[in-house]
Design a protein around this ligand. Structure first.
Ligand code: ZN
Ligand code: ZN
Length: 597
């Protein structure tokens, strides 16, 4: 597996280079050399970032653990600079539209990484920046190579664990208290990978006893280093911790690099604020309409937020039992697929498997929740998993609260978002795009935006028989994206307090106290991440409007969806440029014409 990858990569590159020169009408003068550059760039990127490579399915550097020393940070900065240098040698107009997109994506990423190390300096104030456990768990649990091979890489990689944490301690200065607490938790909770999981796997392997002993000794040393780091964090004197708020200047820059939106954070914040007003208005209208059905002649609350909240609370009581949570999801998937087909929304590829599974223990949730694991760019034909967290550890009250949150309506929206036509469908399309760059630097704003957009598209096309209850619940769900944006911006950029945040989420986004408290926790340990849902949604809706106008009578929803998806997980602003380019939009019949190669 490890050996096969490189030749395959070269083959792909040569093939496209050749195809471009001879067949592709979009090919330009510098495409050939640019394609060669891209593949060397990627291998060098993986060499510098082996943990990241492992998770992308590139396993050549699995046995390497790079120590986070200041010398190595310097090397990384040099690497980013030299890539920017290499890029500057290409004339962007001499590249095909697909390669122009790749060029812009690489450039942004290199500038972003450099900015992080030189200005943001997360390695000083964010102890969660350091963590080896995820990669080790991945190597142990993902079956991409024979167990014995993975175990030996695991062993080699462990050699640097003690040194890794020694350097981590040297790098940390006045860390954020919330992030320090989180890092301690993560390290204590993840310890089992060295203390137990490795030993369990060794028993299943064919590795000789003597070698097993060496491996276990090194695991003990690794566990000691991890515990030592957690203790060091617990006991460190930190009289002047950094504030968890990013501050306006860093925030604006991080938003720009991370989301790569055509809009600024301020513009999206304003748009979300308007959207919230509109959604409240719509929700009040539906609630008034539904009132007699659920409350007969009882007096309707005059405050519209109270009215909505009461209606949501009543409808939420329709939910499945905890035993049937996962099986209900399994039953929904084929229904969603046939709806998408009957309305001709987007072509589904039946040959790409989707399996619903219990969330694997090492993914760390330990509780309920749902997510999608999709095959990486180097393992395109793998299975997509819809991971469903377990409710087993929940008290009856907690389970009830969770099941009300994922009631009969929202459970369907969840499946639309995660699977069809949301994340699963988008990633199947993305894997058809031959550009590794777009997959490796997958733009989360486009990815989440598509899933949010997909929810609305399904409802707008009559999913759920146009039931007002369904629409009302979707608005509540949608408000989460809208309010995530407002919250994140307000907290990091303008100092919103915890009390104001909880009040905002419970009254204006209709969240339960527990959910609001969890969201507050999340916003104190992350920034900008919560913005991608609404930002991506808005950009896609805007683009669809523009495209519709441009296409006139030739417009079709399916045509838009498939064209949009054909570019891979690229920032929406670049997809927009490519779609609205005059020479591209006249040729809509070949959906892949704009998609790079
Ligand atoms: Zn109930
Ligand atoms: Zn999502």
């Amino acid at each position: 597996m490890k050996r096969k990858l490189l030749p395959l990569l070269l083959f792909v590159t040569l093939f496209y280079a050749c195809k471009k020169d001879s067949v592709n009408p979009d090919a330009r003068k510098d495409d050939g050399t640019f394609n060669t550059y891209e593949s060397t760039f990627l291998d060098n990127l993986w060499k510098e970032n082996p943990d990241w490579a492992t998770q992308e399915g590139y396993h050549k550097y699995d046995s390497i653990l790079i120590v986070p020393s200041s010398k190595n940070r310097g090397k990384l900065i040099d690497f980013y600079k030299s890539q920017l240098d290499s890029l500057s040698r290409y004339t962007i107009t001499q590249l095909s539209p697909g390669n122009q997109m790749d060029y812009n994506i690489i450039q942004n990423q290199m500038q972003y990484q450099q900015w992080q190390l030189e200005l943001l300096k997360q390695y000083e104030w964010d102890p969660t920046y350091y963590n080896v456990l995820g990669s080790f768990a991945y190597i142990l649990n993902e079956h991409y190579a024979p167990l014995d091979v993975r175990l030996r890489h695991f062993y080699q990689k462990m050699a640097n664990v003690p040194e890794y944490y020694k350097e981590a301690e040297k790098g940390i200065k006045n860390p954020v208290a919330e992030l320090t607490a989180l890092a301690i938790d993560q390290h204590i909770n993840g310890l089992s990978v060295f203390e137990k999981d490795l030993a369990d796997s060794l028993k299943k392997s064919k590795i000789p006893d003597a070698e097993q002993k060496l491996i276990l000794d090194r695991a003990t040393a690794s566990a000691t280093a991890v515990k030592g780091f957690a203790d060091w964090l617990k006991n460190m004197k930190n009289d002047h911790p950094r504030n968890f708020r990013l501050g306006k200047e860093f925030y604006d820059d991080k938003f720009k690099f991370e989301l790569q939106s055509q809009y600024t954070s301020q513009q999206i914040f304003n748009s979300a604020t308007e959207r919230k007003k509109y959604v409240h208005h719509q929700m009040a209208q539906i609630s008034r309409q539904l009132w007699p059905k659920y409350f007969g002649t009882a007096t309707m609350p005059t405050d519209s937020l109270v009215l909505i909240s009461k209606m949501l609370d009543t409808i939420s009581s329709k939910h499945v039992d905890r035993e049937n949570f996962q099986s209900s999801i399994e039953l929904l998937i084929p229904k969603l697929a046939s709806f998408v087909q009957s309305k001709d929304l987007v072509t589904l590829d039946a040959s790409k498997p989707l399996a619903v599974r219990k969330e694997p223990g090492y993914m760390g949730g330990g509780g309920a929740g749902a997510s999608m694991s999709s095959p990486g760019p180097y393992e395109k034909n793998g299975v997509s998993y819809f991971n469903v967290g377990s409710l087993a550890g929940y008290s009856p009250e907690a389970a009830e609260s969770y099941l009300r949150e994922y009631n009969n309506y929202t459970l369907q929206i969840l499946c639309i978002h995660e699977a069809i036509p949301g994340h699963y469908v988008q990633l199947v399309y993305a894997n058809q795009s031959p550009s590794l760059i777009k997959s490796v630097f997958g733009n989360n704003t486009m990815i989440e935006g598509w899933a949010v957009y997909g929810e609305q598209m399904m409802l707008d096309n009559g999913y759920g028989n146009n039931e007002p209850e369904m629409r009302l619940m979707w608005y509540k769900w949608h408000l989460r994206s809208v309010c995530n944006m407002i919250l994140d911006y307000s907290v990091h950029s303008s100092g919103m307090t915890k009390d104001d945040a909880i009040k905002f989420l419970t009254t204006e986004a209709f969240q339960q106290k527990i959910e609001a408290e969890n969201k507050w926790k999340r916003v104190t340990v992350s920034s900008v991440q919560l913005d991608c849902y609404y930002t991506g949604y808005k950009e896609i809706m805007d683009l669809r409007e523009a495209w519709k106008k441009d296409q006139g009578v030739n417009y079709s929803l399916k045509g838009f969806n498939e064209k949009f998806l054909s570019y891979g997980s690229a920032p929406v602003k670049f997809i927009k440029e490519a779609m609205m380019r005059k020479d591209a939009s006249t040729n809509t019949s070949t959906s892949s014409s704009g998609s790079n190669h």
